[in-house]
Design a protein around this ligand. Structure first.
Ligand SMILES: [Zn+2]
Length: 71
């Protein structure tokens, strides 16, 4: 139980709403997710957006676990 901290990839272009469907990485806490996102963003050979070719940007985010998933 508890929050999950994940890194997701988004297109950096404002005119494109591409979001990578799957989480890139799961981290144990927000600090590590955040620093991993920064490290990914600093990586020089980042993948481009498959939709428009603009660079992909990585963000850390947390997912609240629902305490009553079957309600
Ligand atoms: Zn794009």
């Amino acid at each position: 139980m508890g929050d999950r901290f994940k890194i997701r990839a988004y297109c950096s272009s404002r005119t494109c709403d591409y979001v990578h469907k799957e989480d890139v990485m799961t981290a144990i806490n927000y600090e590590s997710a955040y620093s991993l996102a920064i490290a990914y963003n600093a990586y020089p050979a980042k993948p481009g957006c498959p939709s428009c070719g603009e660079p992909i940007t990585f963000y850390a985010h947390s997912v609240l676990e629902v305490p009553w998933p079957n309600a």
